[in-house]
Design a protein around this ligand. Structure first.
Ligand code: NAP
Length: 293
């Protein structure tokens, strides 16, 4: 049994912390909106803390799963931040999708306190978090991974140690670049099939067994063809992630013309009110044949 602090009980963090509690660990949770922390404790037991600092106090491992770089800084740094409550030797594991820069910045601060960290963004969405089937891409030392892996195992289908600090976040950028291109192609393919008046179920049957198959095709074809988008991975989050990738590309010199174009397409879908809709709502900007707008 490990003494664990879990900070950020959103769509992802809430079920992930639940898996840790179910595995018998001793959990203290913190969430900015306290009602979520209270409802988590009602469902899973454990304790809730009044600040990230209080949650981290005495913990062997501190997990975070919040939104962006600023959110991560606000729960870790400052007088009430988790780092103010760390015991020497504690391990910090961040599951948020943030920049590799902030991962380095926090790792440097932690090293001064005699602590290690892992940047460990996840893929697999809400369903992956709830079913304990996330893919976790990690940056950090071998010794930190040895401590974190058996604990993270309870909500992971796959844990890959990519390299040193920042390598997990950079890998997540690769993941998002790939998804952007796949969804752009899938959107055009579906609209083309509709314009040709093909039977969409039969088209999916035929092509999902071949080289065009993808997770997005398997899991989003039906909802895209039915125009259902109020679930899943929010476009606001995807734009944050593509922004991180485009920023990193300016540094590493990689060329990302498709990711840059899809990022702008998402801006159009946001302007249509799609901020919280699933990333598959990319198809909304492509008119159905016969539609005037
Ligand atoms: N949802 C997905 O499918 C998915 C998949 C892979 C990766 N991710 C990544 O995982 C991370 C979390 O995503 P999510 O879907 O769980 O987000 P979410 O449901 O919006 O939850 C965000 C969590 O962060 C907390 N938070 C945000 N800003 C904060 C601040 N300034 N101070 C303190 N707490 C703050 C929120 O607290 P409140 O409750 O008070 O708002 C909430 O607990 C993001 O980086 C996202 O990109 C998400």
């Amino acid at each position: 049994m490990t003494k664990i602090a879990f900070i950020g009980l959103g769509v992802m963090g809430f079920p992930m912390a639940g898996h840790l509690a179910a595995a018998g660990h001793d959990l203290t949770v913190y969430n900015r909106t306290t009602s979520k922390a209270q409802s988590w404790v009602q469902q899973h037991g454990g304790a809730s803390a009044a600040s990230p600092k209080e949650a981290a106090s005495g913990a062997d491992i501190i997990f975070t799963c919040v939104g962006n770089d600023d959110d991560l800084r606000s729960v870790t740094l400052g007088d009430n931040g988790a780092f103010a409550g760390l015991s020497k030797g504690a391990l910090f594991v961040d599951h948020s999708t943030v920049s590799a820069d902030v991962a380095h910045q926090l790792a440097d601060l932690l090293a001064e306190q005699g602590c290690e960290s892992i940047d460990a963004p996840v893929s697999g969405g809400q369903a992956g978090a709830e079913n304990g089937k996330l893919a976790i891409m990690c940056g950090g030392s071998d010794s930190a991974m040895d401590r974190a892996r058996p604990v993270m195992d309870v909500y992971a289908a796959r844990i890959v140690h990519i390299g040193g600090v920042g390598a997990g976040q950079t890998t997540k950028m690769v993941n998002q670049i790939c998804i952007a291109g796949v969804l752009a192609g899938l959107s055009e393919g579906i609209r083309f099939a509709q314009a040709s008046a093909l039977d969409l179920g039969k088209v999916k049957d035929a092509i999902s067994g071949g080289a065009a198959q993808s997770w997005q095709m398997d899991n989003r074809w039906d909802s895209m063809t039915q125009g259902q988008f109020d679930f899943g991975f929010a476009i606001d989050w995807m734009r944050k992630d593509l922004g991180l990738a485009l920023e990193e590309a300016r540094r590493n010199g990689a060329s990302l013309p498709t990711a840059a174009a899809v990022d702008q397409y998402y801006a159009e879908v946001q302007a249509m009110g799609g901020n919280r809709q699933d990333t598959s709502a990319l198809i909304r900007r492509l008119r159905k044949s016969g539609e005037s707008n």
